[in-house]
Write a protein that binds this ligand. Structure first.
Ligand code: HEC
Ligand code: HEC
Ligand code: HEC
Ligand code: HEC
Length: 235
């Protein structure tokens, strides 16, 4: 009898912990899990050997990382957190505010900077995916998996990134929420604290490369009913 309740209690505990693990989300098994068991990048043999079945390696390494210095952003001096992936030198066509018929707000869109540059080092299709450390791969995003995740270098067809979204912009553009006063629904903070990087909209305003939320497309929160869009847009 005592054994039986022990088993019930422990399986209940296991069930609950698995549930919260699933809800929390994880990079493991996501499209950003680059470990050997999961990758279909067709790395050439020496690169596969260097990857050693690790998940983080193409993006970060613990020591002697690339340390590229041309990330001219508020994080001046380093390209990204222990960043190990080769950088893209592409020139981008940026989003045009010409569509802003009401001429309200109109944020000043800059060339990609901050973590958007990190994303584009794979997602603009110009740098081979398996280019980290001293290795240079051959397959770019353009030639990978049908190219669905290849945004290209023409970013006029993608949501604007790398621009300041602050209270001043929300004062002139009445169709967006004040980022410093609006809850994000991502963590317990505001749009500004949870979704912006140095007050800027970046790829990471909508995506988490580590899939913490466990939502499709590595989104930071569910976009069912366009909930992600409505977080910032007031329509
Ligand atoms: C596909 C590329 C990619 C992979 C794989 C990846 N990361 Fe990241 N990581 C990023 C990017 C881009 C940033 C900077 C933007 C951000 O903070 O989300 C970052 C930031 C971080 C940071 C600092 C900011 C934070 O979120 O705390 C840590 C720590 C980190 N990653 C750890 C890891 C670990 C550990 C792994 C492997 C289990 C991993 N990452 C795998 C792309 C990646
Ligand atoms: C090391 C290269 C690399 C970097 C850096 C990288 N990605 Fe990816 N990403 C990939 C690959 C490979 C895929 C899978 C593409 C496919 O299957 O078509 C992918 C897939 C995705 C997807 C689609 C996920 C899905 O389930 O549909 C999103 C969204 C994404 N990445 C966003 C980002 C963002 C945002 C960043 C930066 C914060 C980033 N990636 C950085 C390589 C990278
Ligand atoms: C304003 C929010 C937002 C921003 C900013 C954003 N994305 Fe996305 N992205 C989404 C949503 C939502 C999806 C899900 C697919 C859809 O609804 O079309 C998506 C899908 C993707 C996909 C998967 C495409 C596919 O069909 O497999 C990739 C890759 C991706 N984004 C990369 C990026 C990168 C890289 C950046 C920065 C340059 C970025 N995203 C900026 C919202 C955003
Ligand atoms: C993190 C906040 C944030 C999220 C999430 C977000 N946006 Fe935006 N979006 C903005 C800001 C800020 C602007 C620039 C507004 C301006 O220039 O006044 C913008 C610009 C736009 C524009 C261009 C407007 C123009 O005048 O050219 C469109 C369209 C748009 N977003 C649609 C979307 C859609 C669709 C989603 C959901 C997939 C989304 N946004 C998610 C903050 C966000």
């Amino acid at each position: 009898m005592r054994f039986k309740s022990f088993f019930i209690a422990s399986s209940l505990f296991l069930g609950l912990s698995q549930l919260s693990y699933g809800q929390a989300g994880t990079i493991v098994g996501s499209k950003h899990d680059f470990s050997l068991s999961n990758n279909t990048w067709n790395f050439s043999t020496p690169i596969t050997a260097q990857l050693q079945g690790q998940i983080c390696r193409p993006c970060h390494a613990p020591h002697n990382t690339n340390g590229l210095s041309s990330w001219t952003n508020d994080n001046a001096g380093s390209f990204g957190p222990l960043w190990d992936h080769a950088q893209s030198n592409a020139n981008y066509t940026i989003y045009s505010q010409g569509y802003n018929f009401w001429k309200e707000g109109a944020a000043t869109i800059g060339s990609p900077d901050g973590s958007s540059k990190l994303c584009l080092s794979c997602h603009d299709g110009t740098v081979a995916l398996a280019s980290f450390r001293t290795y240079t791969g051959t397959t770019t995003m353009a030639g990978f998996d049908g190219g669905a995740a290849n945004l290209g270098t023409d970013l006029s067809t993608t949501h604007p990134v790398s621009f300041t979204y602050n209270t001043a912009l929300a004062t002139t553009d009445h169709k967006i929420w004040d980022p410093s006063a609006t809850p994000s629904g991502v963590h317990s903070g505001t749009i500004q604290t949870d979704m912006l990087e140095y007050d800027k909209v970046q790829c990471t305003s909508c995506h988490d490369p580590h899939n913490a939320a466990g939502v499709n497309h590595l989104l930071i929160k569910s976009n069912v009913g366009s909930a992600l869009c409505f977080t910032c847009h007031k329509l």
